[in-house]
Design a protein around this ligand. Structure first.
Ligand SMILES: Cc1cc2nc3c(=O)[nH]c(=O)nc-3n(C[C@H](O)[C@H](O)[C@H](O)COP(=O)(O)OP(=O)(O)OC[C@H]3O[C@@H](n4cnc5c(N)ncnc54)[C@H](O)[C@@H]3O)c2cc1C
Length: 366
């Protein structure tokens, strides 16, 4: 039998719901060891949050379990074969703000560099926009589209089936299997992984699992035209109070107000007022001189109440596994989360210490 084709009515071992970076990186990892079916609601993969990120991986960003996952992801990305171009490359991150805010967010991969050195690195920063600065030289930039395609093609080559335009809308337990309905078809699976991003809690309810209290949070970003472009190699710069960030993007600049506003799951869109306020703010804190907005977009970063992703079996419902709540860390944690999820699903030794596995366990949220 061709490994990529399931027999009609056949039972798949693992059905992954969601074709974003989470679902695809798990599918590529898992397909080496078992049969995998991935169902994505939209006609295209990575249409929602995974198609809307800033593509930056910052080891000093996030709580400790996230940092552990990020460290592992950076190692994995460095080892991933790239078709023609690298999947990750150095892109320093400069944190600026009040001394208290910078101290609160600085971590082991960051070093204080002081106000004067920060202004040498980024002369476009207005001097009184910040008082302290710390630099993370281990930060990297990825190409989200290339990474998504890497996982899609690897998963397919390993025999995973990936179907788009299949929104899972019903499920029931039949004996030791799930009967899952999506796009008018039925699928049978032994285990289901919920990688449905902003919809993860809603999807869980279809399977009789209680929601974890995941909250989709709006975040807007834009490519803007500027009078005074940033030289290539300028670090990404972020305010330690999470009120803005910017980074050179070819001749343009990527900017964001770093907002985190609760929203319903859906196809989030930027609001004119937010983009206008963002441009005004960037013009206050820099000498870039924004002259126009090339493209603006909004995505939903979905977080658990404690800000740590939820990865592991549902504590109550057998055969239901969570891979959700990646918040603003979905790319930087992707390979680490996929490796850990695959190990737990396959009954292998987790590649992380017990305290990291426990910190991610969905049971902590009940
Ligand atoms: C502006 C912005 C900047 C960001 N910058 C960064 C960054 O620099 N670095 C970083 O690491 N992260 C960043 N993030 C966060 C990152 O993009 C997310 O953490 C990540 O994309 C989440 O991936 P996901 O696969 O969980 O969700 P998604 O990409 O949303 O994928 C979930 C998928 O599930 C599908 N789905 C939902 N319900 C169903 C159903 N019933 N049946 C079938 N399919 C279903 C959806 O259609 C969707 O495609 C940023 C996010 C935003 C918005």
């Amino acid at each position: 039998m061709d490994a990529t084709v399931l027999p009609p009515g056949g039972v798949v071992d693992v059905l992954v719901i969601g074709g974003g970076i989470a679902g695809l990186s798990l599918a590529s990892e898992l397909a080496a060891a078992t049969d995998v079916l991935l169902l994505e609601a939209e006609p295209t993969l990575a249409y929602h949050t995974s198609g809307r990120s800033a593509q930056q991986l910052i080891p000093s960003y996030g709580p400790e379990p996230v940092r552990a996952l990020t460290r592992r992801t950076l190692e994995a990305l460095a080892a991933m074969p790239a078709a023609g171009r690298p999947l990750a490359w150095p892109s320093r991150f400069l944190l600026v703000g009040s001394p208290a805010d910078v101290r609160a967010h600085a971590s082991e991969t960051m070093r204080d560099i002081g106000h004067a050195a920060a202004r040498v690195l980024v002369p476009a920063l207005v001097p009184d926009a910040f008082a302290a600065a710390a630099l993370d030289e281990t930060s990297v930039r990825t190409d989200a589209g290339a990474l998504i395609e890497h996982h899609r093609s690897l998963a397919a080559a390993r025999g995973a089936r990936i179907l788009t335009g299949r929104r899972v809308d019903a499920a029931r337990r039949v004996g030791s299997e799930w009967l899952v309905r999506a796009g008018g078809e039925s699928f049978r699976a032994r285990r289901v992984v919920d990688a449905a991003g902003a919809w993860a809690d809603q999807v869980a309810e279809l399977f009789g699992a209680r929601p974890l209290g995941l909250v989709p949070l709006r975040r807007t970003a834009a490519y803007v035209d500027v009078r005074n472009p940033l030289p290539p190699g300028t670090p990404m710069v972020g305010a330690a109070d999470h009120s803005w960030y910017f980074r050179p993007e070819g001749g343009r600049v990527l900017v964001s107000p770093s907002e985190a506003e609760p929203a319903e799951p859906g196809d989030a869109r930027p609001r004119d007022r937010d983009v206008g306020d963002l441009v005004a703010r960037i013009n206050e804190v820099t000498t870039l001189g924004v002259t126009g907005v090339h493209r603006a977009w909004t995505g939903l970063r979905t977080e658990a109440p404690d800000g740590v992703p939820a990865l592991g079996p549902d504590p109550d419902v057998g055969g239901f596994f969570w891979l959700a709540g990646q918040g603003g860390y979905g790319f930087q944690t992707s390979a680490g989360m996929a490796e850990l999820a695959a190990a737990l699903l396959l009954g292998r030794q987790p590649p992380f210490p017990p305290e990291v596995v426990a910190a991610l366990d969905p049971a902590r949220l009940r």
